[in-house]
Design a protein around this ligand. Structure first.
Ligand code: ADP
Ligand code: MG
Length: 571
């Protein structure tokens, strides 16, 4: 028989809330540190033992709480941060739901000490599973200390879901990094089993904090975007800093570390063509928006937010990132990699733009004077007008003299860039350039290829393919794309279909199709080129939007600057 409805006891309400808010030890760290930040602390110390499963302690030098507030603080829906419904539409604090302390206390052994400025003593409160066990006054220093032990001791299912201590610690480290980057004005200290693993000085500048968090090496690879007084500012990492995981992407909105898929996608789209697939850029972005434009009351953990006029904002962000990337100069040979038998500037194909050990560096200033504000249609006239072709090496690289040194151009990569942009244009044209075959070519498609053709047929047509089905497995090709005089072989339809099938899931299909067509049509390594052909290639490359990289994100050009040559000869 159906049971009668009854109100849940407070302890059960807290435990249910904890299920949402306190997913793992890192969630405890986040909530406690956010409280310290709301209390305007200038120094926050986090201690962790056993990945936080045994002990988490957060000490701050913030406002502290008076005795009455301390006992209220661990009650659910008790907060000093909201007073009326109106406050909810313009939240300026990190917390506002009044749930965190009550939730954490309900699933742990908690001890709090808090003392307000000017008071001669503070108050201690000890709880087990949310039930107060003792409370007494004690003399200490102003601020708050909260220790959480035996997390999830009374929720065995959640406890079993936890990972190894090292993994939980990694989550905690990411969380403290995020909070430290969000608050360069606050000094953070994180220690694990008594050993310091992170320290920021609180000297208020984002660059300094980034160096303290990631080490000094990253600084030379960071490209600034936005304006410190604008709606966003921060840094993107040069393609060299890209990683196979998104663990260096930080979005900070009004001091709150947030997850925002819309922002992340837009930044990654702007990087398309500058990075190989499945490589993710570093981004540290601080957004400052009027609190009225932001709704943080979306999820109990307050990590997800809704932003009013999001499209306009992401549009501006996309262009800012893209402009910055377009302003990059070609990677420079770095003499540091010239150690013990190492070839100068070794840039193995396919890895040069991503591997750290190749030490190819993108300079902040552009070779033609550091114009970061150039618009996208600008191109680098530099390549055609200022470079004098000297010859070809190994039938693979074009060598040219430029205003500031020696340029080496990967002919295949350069051709790919030219053809890629041509075929992207062709996709926009009503009438793509195509070559009609004298006799139709019958292509036996696999079931997957046939499926892809059904889905992507329109793109293929826009590229210049004219294809029709013939039975259930065969595709009849009547015409193939013609790119700047080069026609694709009808058999390459198979490659195009395979690539579209595997990549279109995560990528713009136009990009995938154009990149593949470009790769097929381009001159290969070891193809000898005449002087005229080399000059034509540089000229064409110079008119593209992104002459410095091929569509897969590899560099097309590297430069050995005059002063680097001088250093090589110890002048
Ligand atoms: P919220 O942060 O949403 O208000 P919490 O449960 O996290 O809810 O905290 C409850 C209240 O306890 C806060 O509103 C604040 O007044 C007080 N508090 C918690 N931590 C601190 C701290 N470190 N310093 C000063 N006050 C604190
Ligand atoms: Mg809070």
């Amino acid at each position: 028989m159906k049971a009668r409805i009854r109100r849940l006891p407070r302890s059960l309400i807290n435990r249910i809330a904890a299920g949402e808010i306190i997913e793992r030890p890192a969630s405890v760290v986040k909530e406690l540190v956010e409280n310290s930040l709301d209390a305007e602390a200038t120094r926050i110390k986090v201690e962790v033992a056993q990945g936080g499963m045994e002990r988490i302690a957060v000490r701050d030098d913030g406002w502290g709480m008076v005795e009455e507030d301390l006992s209220l603080a661990v009650q659910p829906h008790a907060t000093s941060k909201l007073a009326s419904v109106d406050d909810l539409s313009a939240i300026e604090t990190l917390g506002f739901r009044g749930e965190a302390l009550a939730s954490i206390a309900s699933v742990s052994h908690m001890e709090i000490f808090s003392q307000t400025a000017g008071a001669s003593s503070g108050q201690v409160l000890k709880l087990v599973g949310g039930e107060p066990r003792s409370s007494f006054s004690q003399a200490g220093t102003p601020g708050t200390y909260i220790e959480v032990k035996h997390l999830f001791f009374n929720t065995p299912v959640r406890k079993r879901q936890l990972q190894r201590p090292a993994t939980e610690m990694a989550h905690i480290t990411k969380c403290v990094r995020e909070l430290a980057l969000a608050h360069p004005e606050v000094s953070f200290q994180l220690s694990r089993e008594g050993k310091e693993v992170l320290f920021t000085s609180g000297h208020a500048t984002l660059d300094q904090t980034i160096v303290e968090v990631f080490g000094p090496d990253v600084m030379s690879e960071l490209l600034p975007i936005g304006r410190p007084d604008g709606e966003f500012s921060g840094f993107i990492g040069s393609p060299n800093l890209a990683r196979s995981r998104r663990d260096r992407q930080f979005f900070i909105l009004n001091g709150r570390a947030i997850h925002h898929v819309g922002l992340q996608v837009v930044v990654e789209r702007a990087f398309e063509g500058f990075l190989p697939t499945r490589r993710y850029p570093l981004i540290i972005l601080q957004l400052r928006l009027p609190p009225q434009r932001v709704d943080v009351n979306v999820h109990p953990t307050k990590r997800e937010v809704r932003i009013a006029q999001e499209r306009e904002l992401t549009g501006r962000l996309y262009h800012a990132v893209k402009r910055t990337l377009l302003g990059m100069s070609p990677p420079e040979w770095d003499l540091r990699c010239q150690s013990a038998g190492d070839a100068v500037g070794r840039c193995s194909e396919g890895r040069a733009s991503t591997s750290r050990e190749s030490q190819v560096r993108y300079q902040l200033s552009s070779i033609d004077g550091g114009d970061h504000g150039r618009d996208e249609s600008g191109g680098h006239p530099l390549l055609s007008e200022q470079l004098v072709v000297l010859g070809q090496v190994d039938g693979t690289y074009v060598v040219a003299r430029g205003p500031d040194g020696l340029y080496v151009i990967d002919q295949h990569a350069a051709h790919e860039r030219v053809f890629y942009e041509k075929s992207l244009d062709a996709l926009d044209n009503a009438e793509p350039a195509r070559q009609v075959l004298t006799a139709p070519y019958a292509y036996e498609a696999s079931p997957e290829e046939f499926e892809t053709w059904l889905e992507a047929g329109e793109i293929l047509e826009k590229m210049g393919f004219e294809v029709e089905p013939f039975g259930d497995h065969t595709l009849l090709i009547r015409a193939v794309p013609a790119l700047a005089g080069e026609t694709l072989s009808p058999a390459s339809l198979g490659d195009v279909l395979v690539r579209l099938g595997s990549e279109s899931a995560g990528q713009d299909p136009h990009h995938a199709a154009a990149a593949l067509a470009a790769c097929k049509a381009s001159v290969k390594a070891h193809d000898p080129l005449s002087d005229v052909e080399m000059r034509e290639l540089l000229k064409a490359l110079g008119t593209t939007n992104k002459p410095m990289t091929c569509p897969h994100g590899r560099p097309t050009v590297v430069v050995l600057k005059k002063d680097a040559i001088d250093r090589l000869f110890r002048r």
